[in-house]
Each structure stands twice: as C-alpha cells, then as structure tokens.
Design a protein around this ligand. Structure first.
Ligand SMILES: Nc1ncnc2c1ncn2[C@@H]1O[C@H](COP(=O)(O)OP(=O)(O)OP(=O)(O)O)[C@@H](O)[C@H]1O
Length: 239
C-alpha cells in the first residue's frame, strides 16, 4: 500500500466565522505530483498553509507522514514557495546564494550548491536579487524551497514571471525532482492547461473538494463547469 505523505481528515477552516475550507478529506501518497486548481478565493493557499502547520484547522486534522505538522517539522522540512513574495526583499542587497540559505541555520554548502545547480542558476549565485529578471528570481526562490532536500514540496503559482522557454525547463526539473528524487509535489496553479501535462493527479477545490483524479478525467467540461460555473468558455485540451 502506498505511504501517505499528506493526509487531511474532515478539515474545516474559517476566517471571521466564515468557512473557507469545509470537510476536506485528502490522501496524498508519497511521490504523488498533485495539481490543485480552483477559482480565486477557493481556499488553495489556505490549504497549503494548513499542510505547513502555519495555521491549524478549526476542525479535523492534518497529518504529515502520520504526524501533526508541528511534530513532523521538528526533524524534517517541507519545501515551500509562497505565492506572494514581499517586494521589500528586493530592496536589500541580498545575493542569490544568501537567499537560498536564508532562514536555514545549519544548511550545508553542498546543499546550497546542489539547489542552485538543480535550477541552473549557479552562475548567478553572487548576483544581487535586484540584478535578476523576474524568472531568475523565481528560480532562486524555487532553489531555496528545495535547499534542505525536503520530501515534500509545496508550490503556490510557481510559474509566475517565468517565460515559456524557462517554463519547460522548470517543468523538467520538477518532474526530475518528483520521479528521480521521489519528492512529493503539490502545486497550486491557475495555469491548468499547462500543468495538466505535468502532474499525475488534479484536485479541483472550491471551498470543498469538487473533484479529484487523473488529469484526463478531471479536465472534462462537466468538472470544469462545476468548478467555474460563471465561465462561458471551457477548456478543450487533449491531455
Ligand atoms: N488573513 C485572512 N483574513 C481573512 N480572510 C482571509 C485571509 N486570508 C484569506 N482569506 C480569505 O479566505 C478565502 C480563501 O483564500 P485563499 O488565499 O486560500 O484562496 P486561493 O484559492 O488561494 O485564492 P487565489 O487563487 O486568489 O490566490 C478568501 O475568501 C480570502 O479572502
């Protein structure tokens, strides 16, 4: 039986007494590459923050390899690329290398070098973030997310700022991290059509789990209509 990397059981979360997530039940097996899609405000980022233990469910439980996130994080890490990165970080003269090790007290140099190498930005390591393009910066943040060699990687809109050529490169790297390094990846995205070719499972979220399954099955009009009922035009893609 596959090991469950992330489990959510009957999870509820509310802001100001309004539930933004309701009765979420989810098992993400180890080595899964899951895409989470859903309209604005569907609760996608909130779900990632629950998995990270930044916030706690108001009802139900979140387990990482059978442990509460705060217990798991005592000995392990979860890689995370947040959706919104504070612009103020660019005002400090921080280099790519410094960014990758920031917040990690005992990180080893070869881990930093490995992460920079994975995202093909070793040549930029002494450059200030201010000198980089948006895509190069995003790769620097992705490198930081994997620097501690986590078993789980959570990415919130990772392809923002990345041009189509570099996007293929990033997809290749993520696939390699998933297949060859065995990292479980959860990616939140609005770029459904592109990601459908990358992930092996898609979850549609809109406060509740609307549907979950293989991309070929999920990207059918019937499910998209359930997820985006206001939209007049739906995706027609062969995946
Ligand atoms: N700190 C907060 N205080 C109050 N409400 C919040 C807070 N953070 C999020 N919300 C609300 O919770 C709901 C879910 O937000 P969340 O950011 O998880 O959605 P999302 O699916 O990631 O959206 P998007 O695709 O726009 O990034 C939204 O209605 C949002 O307004």
């Amino acid at each position: 039986m596959p090991v469950s990397a992330i489990t959510l059981k009957n999870v509820y979360y509310s802001f100001d007494s309004i539930f933004v997530l309701e009765d979420i039940n989810l098992e993400i097996p180890e080595r899964c590459y899951l895409g989470i899609i859903g309209p604005n405000g569907a609760g996608k980022t909130t779900l990632l923050r629950l998995i990270l233990g930044i916030i706690k469910p108001h009802k139900g439980e979140v387990l990482i390899y059978g442990m509460r996130p705060q217990d798991y994080l005592k000995s392990q890490t979860i890689g995370y690329l947040p959706q919104r990165i504070s612009q103020t970080i660019y005002e400090f003269p921080i280099t790519v290398e410094e960014l990758v090790k920031s917040g990690y007290e005992r990180i080893k140099k070869h881990h930093i070098d490995w992460a920079l190498d994975v995202f093909k930005i070793s040549h930029l390591k002494k450059k200030s973030l201010r000198e980089l393009s948006g895509g190069q910066r995003q790769k620097a943040f992705l490198a930081r997310a994997i620097a501690l060699q986590p078993k789980i990687l959570l990415l919130d809109e990772p392809t923002t700022y990345i041009d189509p050529y570099s996007m293929d490169e990033v997809f290749q790297i993520l696939e390699d991290l998933n297949q060859n390094f065995g990292i479980t990846i959860v990616v939140v995205t609005h770029d459904i059509a592109t990601f459908a070719h990358e992930v092996n499972c898609i979850m549609c979220l809109n406060r509740k789990v609307v549907c979950l399954g293989e991309p070929q099955r999920i990207l059918k009009d019937e499910y998209m209509k359930m997820l985006y009922p206001e939209q007049a035009v739906f995706l027609h893609r062969d995946v």
